[in-house]
Ligand binder design. Structure first.
Ligand code: PEP
Length: 249
């Protein structure tokens, strides 16, 4: 039984003060089902959120990490720094990082491997195709190739600890949601790819989220699909009531 997992991605929004206001409103969350929940926030807000959620089941995640433990990498944040704060998750390879910060599958793979080898922070690995790729009908092969590159060199005993977020780039922040069938079909393709790379026990246990304009009004139809195990939520995770509405789909 895969326990659904819904994570918010605050991107570059909020301050420590407004994150604390959100946490006050959100920490009394009463989920209507067994579910895992996390907020992935900017670095400066992480310590405040870990403190605010310390007596709850709500997890806290970062949105990026460098693949080296330390070094001359001005402006970067390392795994030991995140561990010191006590975060539970880290988004890796979000399409905005791939597009605006030239993050390659090679770098994404190094980051995922590093997190899995350490084992204290769960990677939320984002994959997904652009509109151009979908219009060319090449979305399945594109995402399969991302999975192959991002999981390169990762052993079967570790692979199942990755959370995969399927996020079609054309549906992120655009208000255009993939239809439940489009989203489910790609999550199934990803699960089959994981089975081909590893085995059925990994593919049946791995958590695959959908992300792209998920909101309270559409979360039920998306999250009740067979191969979708949760959501990565951007805009609609910024307001506690909206995020609670998505969680209690
Ligand atoms: C995201 O940032 O991962 C995302 C899915 O954003 P939105 O929900 O706003 O489309």
């Amino acid at each position: 039984m895969r326990v659904p997992f819904i994570a918010g991605n605050w991107k570059m929004f909020k301050t420590i003060a407004s994150a604390k206001v959100f946490a006050d409103e959100f920490k009394d969350l009463k989920a209507n089902k067994e579910i895992k929940v996390a907020i992935c926030a900017p670095y400066t807000q992480l310590a405040a959120l870990v403190e605010a959620f310390k007596d709850t089941e709500i997890g806290v995640g970062a949105q990026n990490v460098h693949y080296e433990a330390e070094g001359a990498f001005t402006g970067e944040i390392s795994l030991p720094m995140l561990k010191e704060i006590g975060v539970d998750y880290c988004i890796i390879g979000h399409s905005e990082r791939r597009e605006y910060f030239n993050e390659t599958d090679e770098a994404v793979n190094k980051k995922v491997k590093m997190l899995l080898e350490d084992g204290s922070i769960t990677p939320i690995l984002c994959v997904g195709e652009s509109l151009e790729v979908r219009e060319a009908g090449e979305e399945a092969s594109f995402v399969e190739e991302q999975i192959e590159k991002d999981f390169a060199g990762i052993s079967a005993d570790k692979a199942g600890n990755v959370v995969i977020a399927y996020e079609p780039v054309w549906a992120i922040g655009t208000g255009k949601t993939a239809t439940p069938d489009q989203a489910d079909s790609m999550c199934k393709t990803i699960r089959e790819k994981i089975k081909a790379l590893y085995d059925e026990s990994v593919s049946e246990s791995i958590i695959i989220q959908y992300g792209g304009s998920v909101k309270p009004a559409n979360s039920k139809e998306i999250l009740t699909m067979g191969d979708i195990d949760g959501a990565l939520v951007g805009g609609a995770s910024l307001k506690s009531e909206d995020f609670k509405g998505i969680i209690n789909f």
